[in-house]
Design a binder for this molecule. Structure first.
Ligand SMILES: Nc1ncnc2c1ncn2[C@@H]1O[C@H](COP(=O)(O)OP(=O)(O)OP(=O)(O)O)[C@@H](O)[C@H]1O
Length: 304
């Protein structure tokens, strides 16, 4: 569905996307995971054919993004980072007016809009103005709007940023349903749990480059351990403690507020910590995550 080869985006002297190779297959949910400034939005804007690549090749739905932008855009659905809904219009009108850009006949547009509002669980708000809707409702409406032209690929830039946990889960659930209908999803996120929940495959981006690629499970198996022990020592500086944990687990990572011990068996590692006479203020065993993958690959946390 998407084939990017040595794709580059420069802004003056600055290289935001630095020669990335990406293949997105039909029907999959594909993610770009990375911190702010990694180049995810710049990549998405090129895929959305609203920003011209500076270098490399980009083919979408078998067409050339540099030449066939309009034809590609007609077959894409786009859910931008900032909701760009028309606050003057009603919920329903936001969809029917948008449908005009695609020359969808009025009657068809109305029926499709009602169907989509039903899909994003906003049918009961059809006649209401957009302004008073919650953040989660606005995001769901933006997703419905992206589906008006029955796109083959839906691009979602940070689909749940700024939403509360309940609203996020509702969005995730709708996106999962969309995938079940066979729509190809391409999303950016800096939330590792979002990437784990939604993506079949993803690339980890940092400073314009791809640093890893695979399914969430593959990436975690390759770059983390099955379990991670998190230990905290109140407000004590942690550098002194790192040496004392040396040799426990496969690897120890010291963060400003906690120490991570990478291990196959978190409980056994916790017992070893206590066995050395240390008394952490808190001990937590969790499974390895994409956050650990990012930390291992870049030496930094995803969300600072
Ligand atoms: N129009 C532009 N002009 C100059 N620099 C830009 C422009 N757009 C993006 N950049 C820079 O390119 C880099 C990548 O930005 P981009 O928005 O693609 O990152 P991102 O990974 O999507 O992060 P975010 O989650 O903050 O959007 C950043 O350093 C940004 O400042």
């Amino acid at each position: 569905m998407i084939a990017a080869t040595a794709l580059v985006k420069q802004f003056g002297d600055f290289t935001a996307v630095d020669g990335i190779d990406v293949r997105v297959r039909a029907g999959e949910a594909f993610g770009f995971l990375g911190p702010n400034g990694a180049g995810k939005s710049s990549t998405m804007r090129m895929i959305g054919c609203v920003s011209r690549p500076t270098g490399g090749a980009l083919r979408i739905l078998g067409l050339d993004a540099a030449k066939d932008g309009a034809a590609i855009r007609a077959r894409l659905g786009v859910c931008p980072q900032q909701d760009s809904l028309d606050l003057e219009l009603t919920v329903l009108e936001n969809l029917t007016v948008y449908a005009r850009y695609f020359n969808i006949p009025r009657k068809v547009a109305r029926a499709r809009a009602m169907e989509l509002l039903d899909f994003v669980q906003l049918a009961d708000r059809a006649g209401d103005k957009v302004e008073p809707l919650s953040g989660g409702m606005k995001r769901r409406l933006t997703i419905a709007r992206a589906l008006v032209n029955e796109p083959e690929i839906v691009l979602l830039d940070e689909p749940t940023t700024g939403l509360d946990p309940q609203a996020r889960h509702l969005v995730w659930e709708r996106l999962f349903r969309l995938k079940q209908r066979g729509v190809t999803l391409v999303l950016t996120t800096h939330y590792m749990d979002e990437a784990e929940q939604l993506c079949d495959r993803l690339v980890v981006m940092d400073a314009g480059r791809i640093v890893a690629e695979g399914s969430p499970r593959e990436l975690i198996d390759r770059h983390s351990t099955r379990e991670v022990l998190e230990v905290r020592f109140g407000n004590d500086p942690l550098d002194g403690f790192a040496d004392k944990l040396d040799g426990i687990g496969e690897r120890v990572e010291v963060l400003p507020d906690r120490i991570l011990v990478y291990t196959g068996d978190g409980d056994a590692a916790a017992a070893q910590v206590h066995g050395r006479g240390l008394t952490p203020s808190s001990v937590l065993v969790r499974r390895g995550s994409l956050e650990d993958v990012f930390l291992q690959l870049t030496g930094r946390t995803l969300v600072d």
